[in-house]
Unconditional design. Structure first.
Length: 411
DNA sequence: ATCGGAAGAT
DNA sequence: ATCTTCCGAT
């Protein structure tokens, strides 16, 4: 038996947040393409949305016990732009959303100096925002943190001990699970670009994309390539090699993407379940329709990247790509050198998306009937499957529907 | 503050 | 499956 909530009153607790807002449903969550959070909706391939409900103020009228909340009980503070359906969004995603937005930096922010680490500066407010998004007016930090703790086992998140309200993302996990096949492309001859003017640098990076995410993505990608190339999993990539949960039981899944977009034609970056990725399938899946705001990777939203952070095994970070003499426009990115080297070592297929979008055009598939999904089991991990020889379709056919046009590419 | 079990909700 | 809710333990 459960003790009824003391403040909320029995009726309210019985209905949870359901009665506090307009009935949920697709119609209640109109899409607002203009509000795409460039980075996350891209990374997570989620539809842009705006929360239809006003947010409750931190201090203000409570929902009357036994009655639905009125809009007046939830005024003022705008929630972050949504990237997922309110009823489907997952907490880790929401956290990333908040972290991405400058206006919430006083509430939650990346921890300087620690890769993927963030601090919840105002737990109550974060909980409030989360409750708002989930239509759970009774949400509080205690409950939210319980949800966060469930991420520990999934290794999406872990706690930074000794630091209050401080957690750390496991981006490798996140990216690998969602985008096992997302390719890192490099110009065919990276060294040729060293002295090239910045405008000729190709890029496919969204503005505001958390650099942790980017790093992890590239890191995971690199590790996957290494793995697929039959090389040893590098040290310094603990998340990549650790998959101790192994087969079956724990194979953590970061949750599915929202229904309309999970099998969406432009989100087929993963391989079908019976079709593990391999080098053969490293044809660029590229990206869904690109936000118009794609630009070079820089700006105030980028968290600090520790200078000492570099790809494992990279002893000379600045020997391969732009380096100190490179274009000053973009922030130096530790992954570039190694990836550039990798492009040579792991095959010509590996290309790198660098840091400049000008002139880069990407055509996404108009329509694809097939359904696909992002299966974490096929992602990079220590137990990654080698490509099954003799499998029917070696490469997801959809991938051919994407095409990147590089400024330097021949027509 | 943090953790994790248990049970319920969707 | 992913939380939400509650709670005892540390």
């Amino acid at each position: 038996m459960r003790k009824p909530p003391e403040e909320a009153g029995p009726a309210l607790s019985a209905v949870g947040g359901a009665s506090c807002w307009p009935p949920r449903g697709p119609a209640s969550f109109p899409l607002r393409p203009s509000s795409v959070p460039a980075s996350l909706s891209f990374i997570l391939c989620l539809p842009p949305q705006q929360c239809p409900f006003p947010a409750r103020p931190s201090r203000g009228p409570r929902c009357p016990p036994g009655r639905p909340c009125t809009a007046a009980a939830w005024p003022r503070v705008p929630p972050p732009a949504q990237a997922a359906t309110g009823s489907q969004i997952q907490l880790w995603h929401f956290i990333l959303e908040l972290l991405q937005k400058e206006e919430f930096r006083h509430v939650i922010a990346w921890q300087q100096g620690e890769y993927g680490e963030f601090v919840i500066k105002d737990p109550d407010e974060v909980a409030r925002l989360w409750g708002h998004r989930k239509c759970k007016p009774q949400m509080n930090y205690d409950k939210l943190s319980r949800a966060l703790r469930y991420y520990y086992n999934k290794r999406i998140l872990h706690k930074t001990k000794g630091k209050r309200f401080t957690y750390k993302f496991n981006f490798s996990r996140l990216i690998v699970i969602n985008y096992p096949l997302w390719e890192v492309r490099a110009p065919p001859a990276p060294h040729l670009l060293r002295g090239a003017p910045a405008p000729f640098w190709p890029a496919l990076l969204p503005m505001g994309m958390p650099s942790e995410l980017l790093h992890s993505l590239l890191l995971a990608q690199w590790a996957m390539v290494e793995h697929l190339a039959g090389q040893q999993t590098p040290r310094g990539l603990p998340e990549a090699a650790e998959d101790k949960m192994g087969s079956g039981s724990g194979a953590p899944r970061l949750g599915s993407l929202p229904a309309p977009f999970q099998p969406g034609p432009c989100c087929l970056l993963g391989s079908p379940q019976d079709e593990p990725p391999g080098l053969a399938s490293f044809t660029p899946p590229l990206l869904p329709s690109l936000p118009a705001s794609w630009t070079h990777l820089s700006g105030p939203l980028l968290p600090h990247v520790p200078p000492e952070w570099q790809f494992p095994g990279t002893s000379k970070p600045d020997t391969l790509l732009p380096g100190p003499g490179g274009p000053p426009v973009t922030r130096p990115f530790p992954g570039l050198p190694l990836l550039a080297g990798l492009g040579q070592g792991a095959g010509e297929r590996l290309r790198l998306f660098s840091l400049r979008p000008q002139g880069l055009k990407v055509k996404a598939c108009p329509m694809i009937g097939a359904q696909g999904r992002l299966d974490p089991r096929e992602g990079f991990s220590s137990e990654i499957h080698r490509p099954k020889t003799g499998d029917k379709s070696p490469v997801s056919p959809q991938l051919g529907n994407f095409k990147a046009v590089w400024p330097l590419d021949p027509p």
